[in-house]
Ligand binder design. Structure first.
Ligand code: ISJ
Length: 384
């Protein structure tokens, strides 16, 4: 996918260009845009989504909401940008009159990256009492055997400050969480650590995460029975799902530690070979929602979450890109913020509840994850 525009072409445009400038310019023009970072490179689409025309070149950007497991008809963007984080080039874009231009275009508004004024102000509302009640109910249900794991989530929302823009939020999230995968749309921005699924021909890779500790507590995480259990339940579910669409599964026998900025997670990378004729869409349909954001058994958890947390929307869904050759790369849309119609900047996060969970521990994990995003935007620390 990165070969869409090779670094050679990017270099040939010369000069250091600002990604933030390009996003900012898109915002000034009032143009919708979507941005997905792939493997350290960036592919950015500008302009109105278009329904695919046969043979139309370019990547296809997708965003699935929580609970959606199949890709829609797909949306095509006439504009492609490719870059690494220090270099960026627009190789084609939709001009203001709607015409498509293949002239390179660049905008350079560096200050967005350095401005540290808070992007959000007062806390408007939060759902921590609701989350506490749901975690209590979830623990009880798990203990009674109704389900084995469920990821209970919560949210808090802040007033945007005058400085707030998706571009500014994206630039700060990227700076504070440099190894995460950045995604953005006009109402949604985040930096996720989690690769959901990536395919290249019949080759597939998943990097599921479950089990969380603060940075520095690696040894405690590896030794935590609760985290090991919630991780293993997720992996087992994935292995069952993958049996429908893939073969030759390879995975480490024990979870690895995954550095996710302020957190460390347990990770089990899985490689597999897709069954003949299947692609990323079949893979996604088989695994979504994973038990990183859903639960085990999936249908029981999904039904509960649809009732308990109807607000999830983009949180816990997927974001990614497919290319014309049929390969796809999708990330779990967590560690982000959505902007409500009312203007509130909402940050959601969750954690896996299993039999040995404690209410305080789960709530603290959720609040720490919310703070990790909201803090980057300049919010005061939220307490569980
Ligand atoms: C659900 C979230 O994160 C997921 C849940 C984790 C857990 O329960 O330990 C860890 C990583 C993510 O897969 C979130 O960040 O909101």
């Amino acid at each position: 996918m990165r070969q869409l525009v090779g670094l050679r072409e990017v270099r040939s445009l010369g000069g250091m260009r600002s990604l933030y400038g390009i996003i900012h310019r898109a915002e000034q023009l009032g143009r919708p845009f979507e941005l997905v970072e792939l493997d350290g490179g960036i592919v950015l689409g500008l302009g109105e989504p278009r329904v695919a025309e046969s043979g139309a070149p370019g990547p296809r950007f997708h965003a699935l909401r929580f609970g959606e497991s199949t890709l829609g008809p797909g949306r095509w963007y006439p504009v492609v940008v490719a870059a690494d984080w220090s270099r960026i080039a627009v190789v084609g874009y939709e001009a203001e009159d709607g015409a498509f231009s293949s002239e390179p275009a660049v905008w350079d508004i560096e200050e967005l990256a350095y401005d540290r004024a808070p992007l959000v102000g007062a806390l408007i509302d939060h759902d921590l009492a609701g989350a506490r009640a749901r975690i209590e109910a979830a623990i009880e249900m798990v203990r009674q055997g109704a389900l084995r794991k469920i990821v209970v989530a919560s949210w808090a929302c802040w007033q945007p400050s005058e400085r707030f823009s998706i571009a500014a939020a994206a630039s700060r999230l990227k700076r504070e969480h440099p190894h995460a995968h950045l995604y953005a749309s006009p109402h949604w921005v985040g930096a996720t650590p989690e690769l959901l699924a990536k395919t290249s021909g019949s080759w597939a890779r998943l990097e599921p995460l479950a089990g969380t500790a603060r940075r520095g507590a690696q040894a405690r995480l590896l030794a935590s029975r609760k985290d090991r259990l919630e991780h293993e339940l997720m992996v087992q579910q994935l292995i069952e799902d993958l049996a429908q669409v893939a073969k030759e599964l390879k995975r480490p026998s024990a979870p690895l530690l995954f550095d996710a900025g302020p957190f460390v997670h347990l990770a089990t990378p899985i490689a597999a070979t897709l069954l003949p004729g299947l692609g990323y869409a079949d893979l996604l349909a088989a695994i979504v929602p994973t038990a990183a954001v859903g639960g085990v058994p999936r249908p029981v958890a999904a039904d509960l979450l649809a009732t308990w947390e109807p607000w999830r929307g983009q949180y816990g869904g997927a974001v990614g890109v497919s290319d014309p050759s049929g390969d796809g790369e999708f990330y779990l849309s967590i560690r982000g913020a959505t902007i409500d119609d009312g203007g509130c900047v909402r940050v959601a996060a969750g954690g896996g509840v299993v039999e040995s969970s404690s209410v305080d521990g789960e709530l603290a994990e959720t609040v720490a994850k919310i703070n990790a995003v909201a803090g980057v935007l300049g919010a005061a620390t939220l307490y569980a």
